[in-house]
Design a protein around this ligand. Sequence first.
Ligand code: 48F
Length: 258
Amino acid sequence: MEINEISITRAIIDRYYTKLKDNLEIDVAIAGGGPAGLVAGHRLAKAGRKVALFERKLSVGGGMWGGGMMFNEIVVQEAALPILDEFGIRRSRYAENTYTADSVESVASLIARAVQAGLTIFNCISVEDVIMRPDRVTGLVLNWSPTEMAGLHVDPLAIGCTFVIDATGHDTEVVRVVEKKVPGKLNTPSGRIEGEKSMWSDKAETLTLENTREVFPGLYVAGMAANATYGGPRMGPIFGGMLLSGEKVAAELLERLA
Ligand code: 48F
């Protein structure tokens, strides 16, 4: 049968709208598709939770593609090797507690396994705000990234969820909105965003895990956003902490949702 342009168009519209409508009320909404968000999404989906991830860029993967300064290799320490293995990411030992993996293979594998486990990814959509009720965050306010980039005055749409994970990396964008616009204080020492500190890889990797927690009712932070929120240092192109942070936030949410 001849390929028909209108049929192609109808198929894409139908399928996309079904996907979108199917994710209007979910268990967990993840903002940001870097390594932390992808691992969290994978774990939650695999456990049967309804979870969607919203990524501003066309490509999902955040800061992992570029390795260190575009040398496309990443470093992962021993503690996170089981996660690489689970995702089928090949790695090789370089030195004690220092393993390397191809960054492109790493991102591609994280994305593929997460989607196949049931995570729905919406790319090119930016989280611009949250839905709030007096005492908690209950959803995300979304808009097309090109709308945001063009500075067009177009109202957003929203989805509801039981929990939000801010996995937006260094910019910690969801927490920033909550700090600015939602009444109440963040669960940080100052009640505000403490702000990311300069590089200290060893300390940062440990702190990323400690800082992965609920920062406001209904809102968790994971990955680099956790360190930026709680005042931890940056770590550079070592990614074990990001992977373990995604694992930790998913485990906590699975308990809360049980
Ligand atoms: O930055 P990113 O990779 O976050 P991560 O998972 O990992 C951090 C590391 O890549 C690296 C590091 C150490 O290893 O320091 O930086 O914590 O991914 C964050 C993603 O969130 C997207 C952004 O485009 C990126 O892909 N993002 C940021 N703000 C928004 C957003 C937003 N408002 N809406 C949707 N996506």
